[in-house]
Design a protein around this ligand. Structure first.
Ligand SMILES: Nc1ncnc2c1ncn2[C@@H]1O[C@H](COP(=O)(O)OP(=O)(O)OP(=O)(O)O)[C@@H](O)[C@H]1O
Length: 557
C-alpha cells in the first residue's frame, strides 16, 4: 500500500516519504511487505513502468537505484539530497517525452498556417521582413555552413545580403525555424525544402508561416505588413520573369525591378510609351473594350540593333506596372505552332509577353530552315546579364543549319486567334523590322512601334555615369569628355556597358584605355561588315568619315 501511495502522490510529497518506503519501491519489492502482499509486486512494476514512461530508462533504475538507496538508508541526509534531484530529473524527462511531443504536434497540426511558394514575391518579402526584424529571439537561431558548401547550394535568391557578402570561410545563417512576435502573437516561420531538409537556403522552396492563435487573422496581418514594407520600397521590388525551358512556362528568376530611368532611350518617347501602357492597362480601358466586344489586346513592336535596350525596357515596363514578364524567343528551334498557342493561352494576365527575335525564324507560310550563327558557349558569367551580353558583343561561333517548326500562320493564330489570351501587353522585338512579314506588323497586331538606336551622346554619358562612378563623385565633366569620344551611332549601349564594366570605380582607367579600345573595336566592326558584305556578294561600303557623338541642344545649354 505504501508503495502505491508513493506512485500516486504528487512529486513534492515524495520528499515526505521515508527512505525505506522509497527503497521498497525502487528495489522492486525486495522488502518484507512485498512478500506478505503479492499485489505490492504488481504495484512496483507499474511504478517502474511509469517512471520509465517519464523517460528514466529501466537499466538506470535497476543498476543504480538499489545502490543509491542502500547508501541513502545508511545516510538519511544523503537521501534528502538525492530525492529532489530524482524529482527534478523525472520532471525534465516528462517534459521531453510527454510535453515536447505534444508541443510539436500542436505546432505541426493544430496551428493555423499559410504556405508560400518560392516563386511568389510575397515569399521574398516575408523572409526579408522576418529576417530584418529586431527580434530578441533572432540571434539565438543560427545555422553554420562552410562557404564552399554554401556556394554550391545557394541559388540566386539572396534574401540576406549581409550574410552573403565576401568570401568568408564559414557563414552563419539564420536557422530553418524562426520564432518571432508580432502584435502580441507568437509566430513560427519554417522553411520546407523539396529534399525534406529544413533550411532557409538549401534548395528550400516553400515557407510556412504559423501563428499561435485560434484564427488566421494574425497571419494575414503579418503578410500584409511584409507586403507593405517591401512592395513600395525603392529598390526592393522584384519582377518575376518566366521563360520556357521545355514546353511550358517556368519561373526563370525574380529580378530586382529595373527602374525605367536606367534604360536610356529618348525621354519623350519613353514617357509617351509609358502613358500609352498605363492607359491600356487601366480598368476603364478594359471595360471599354468589353462593352464594344473588341478583343482586349495591344501589341508593341520594339525594333533596332542588338544590345540597344529592347529587352531591358520590356523588363522595366513589367516592373513599373508590377506585372510578370514572359519571355519567349521565336528563334528557339524546338518551338512549334501548337506549343506557341499553348504557351500564349497559359499566361496569367495582366502581364507583359515579350516575343523576341520575331524575324529570326524567317517566318513564312512554310516550315523554314535557316543558317544561323550558333553562339559559342559563354564564359563563366560574372552576373545574370553577362552571358547574354557576350553574344551581343559579336563573339559568335560556327554556323549551323536550323530547322524551324513554326510558321507565320501559327504565330498569327497564337497572337490573335479565337482562343488567344486577352489583357496582356504583347511586345515583339526584332533587329530587322524590314524582314517582317507585313501581316505580322499590321495595325491591330502592332499598335505602337518604338525604335531603339545605338548610343548617342546622351546615352554614352548616362551609361558612363551609371557604370563607373559612385553617387559621391561629380562625373559630369568626365562623362561629357567620354561621350564626345564615342562615334555617333556606332556602338550599342550594351557594348559601352561591356567596356565600362571593366572599370567599375576606376574612372581614370576608363578614360586612359578608351582610345585603344575604340580603335580596336572599330577595326573589328569594319572587318565584320566586310565579311558580311562578302557573304552577301555586296561591294563593301567605303569607310564613312568618323562622326563623334554631339551634345544635344539641351547639353550645349
Ligand atoms: N538603352 C539602354 N540603356 C541602358 N542599358 C542598355 C541599353 N541598351 C542595352 N543596355 C544594356 O545592355 C545589355 C543588353 O541589353 P538588351 O538585352 O536590353 O538589348 P536588346 O536590344 O534586347 O538586344 P537584342 O536585340 O540582342 O535582344 C543590358 O545589360 C542592358 O543593361
Amino acid at each position: 500500500m505504501s508503495s502505491m501511495q508513493c506512485v500516486c502522490f504528487p512529486p513534492h510529497s515524495l520528499l515526505r516519504k521515508t527512505s525505506s518506503e522509497l527503497m521498497d519501491f525502487l528495489e522492486g519489492g525486495s522488502s518484507e511487505r512485498e512478500e506478505k502482499d503479492p499485489s505490492t509486486s504488481t504495484t512496483t512494476n507499474i511504478a517502474q513502468k511509469v517512471i520509465g514512461l517519464l523517460g528514466v530508462p529501466g537499466f538506470i533504475i535497476n543498476t543504480f537505484g538499489p545502490q543509491i538507496l542502500t547508501q541513502a538508508r545508511r545516510n538519511p541526509r544523503l537521501f534528502r539530497i538525492i530525492t529532489p534531484l530524482i524529482i527534478a530529473f523525472s520532471a525534465a524527462a516528462a517534459l521531453t517525452h510527454l510535453i515536447w511531443p505534444l508541443f510539436n504536434s500542436i505546432i505541426g497540426e493544430w496551428l493555423p498556417f499559410a504556405q508560400l511558394k518560392s516563386d511568389d514575391p510575397l515569399y521574398d518579402y516575408l523572409c526579408r521582413w522576418v529576417h530584418f526584424r529586431n527580434d530578441p529571439l533572432r540571434h539565438l537561431q543560427v545555422d553554420a555552413q562552410s562557404a564552399a558548401y554554401r556556394r554550391q547550394q545557394v541559388n540566386d535568391k539572396l534574401w540576406w545580403p549581409e550574410d552573403h557578402a565576401g568570401a568568408k570561410d564559414i557563414c552563419f545563417e539564420k536557422s530553418g525555424k524562426r520564432f518571432f512576435w508580432f502584435e502580441r502573437t507568437l509566430f513560427i516561420l519554417e522553411a520546407i525544402s523539396w529534399s525534406g531538409r529544413r533550411s532557409y537556403y538549401n534548395d528550400s522552396k516553400d515557407v510556412k508561416l504559423k501563428a499561435f492563435s485560434f484564427s488566421h487573422r494574425p497571419i494575414k496581418a503579418v503578410l500584409q505588413e511584409a507586403w507593405n514594407t517591401y512592395q513600395n520600397e525603392e529598390g526592393s521590388r522584384t519582377t518575376r520573369i518566366w521563360h520556357c525551358p521545355e514546353d511550358d512556362w517556368d519561373v526563370l528568376a525574380h529580378k530586382q525591378t529595373r527602374p525605367l530611368d536606367t534604360v536610356d532611350v529618348d525621354d519623350t518617347e519613353k514617357t509617351k510609351l509609358v502613358k500609352d501602357l498605363k492607359k491600356y492597362l487601366s480598368d476603364e480601358t478594359k471595360e471599354w473594350y468589353a462593352r464594344r466586344g473588341i478583343p482586349y489586346r495591344r501589341g508593341y513592336l520594339f525594333y533596332g540593333p542588338p544590345g540597344t535596350g529592347k529587352t531591358s525596357l520590356s523588363m522595366a515596363i513589367a516592373g513599373h506596372f508590377n506585372i510578370d514578364l514572359y519571355v519567349l524567343s521565336l528563334a528557339n528551334p524546338r518551338l512549334s505552332d501548337g506549343m506557341l498557342t499553348n504557351l500564349m493561352t497559359s499566361v496569367d494576365e495582366p502581364c507583359v509577353v515579350l516575343l523576341e527575335d520575331i524575324d529570326s525564324a524567317g517566318l513564312s507560310r512554310e516550315v523554314s530552315s535557316t543558317m544561323i550563327d550558333k553562339p559559342k558557349p559563354p564564359p563563366p558569367p560574372r552576373n545574370d546579364d553577362d552571358d547574354k551580353d557576350y553574344d551581343k558583343m559579336g563573339r559568335i561561333g560556327e554556323r549551323v543549319d536550323v530547322r524551324y517548326n513554326i510558321t507565320l500562320s501559327g504565330v498569327l493564330n497564337a497572337l490573335d486567334g479565337a482562343a488567344s489570351p486577352e489583357g496582356h501587353v504583347l511586345i515583339m522585338s526584332t533587329n530587322h523590322p524590314e524582314a517582317l512579314d507585313p501581316a505580322l506588323a499590321r495595325a491591330g497586331r502592332v499598335d505602337y512601334k518604338v525604335e531603339f538606336k545605338n548610343a548617342t551622346f546622351e546615352t554614352a554619358k548616362n551609361i558612363f555615369k551609371r557604370m563607373v562612378g559612385d553617387e559621391t563623385q561629380d562625373l559630369e565633366e568626365l562623362a561629357t569628355t567620354f561621350a564626345k569620344q564615342i562615334p555617333n551611332g556606332k556602338f550599342s549601349p550594351a557594348e559601352l556597358q561591356g567596356y565600362l564594366l571593366n572599370y567599375i570605380g576606376d574612372v581614370d582607367g576608363a578614360m586612359t584605355d578608351l582610345d585603344s579600345w575604340l580603335k580596336k573595336s572599330l577595326e573589328e566592326k569594319a572587318n565584320r561588315e566586310k565579311l558580311e558584305a562578302e557573304k552577301k556578294g555586296i561591294a563593301p561600303k567605303p569607310a564613312e568619315p568618323e562622326q563623334k557623338t554631339e551634345p544635344s541642344e539641351r547639353e550645349k545649354t
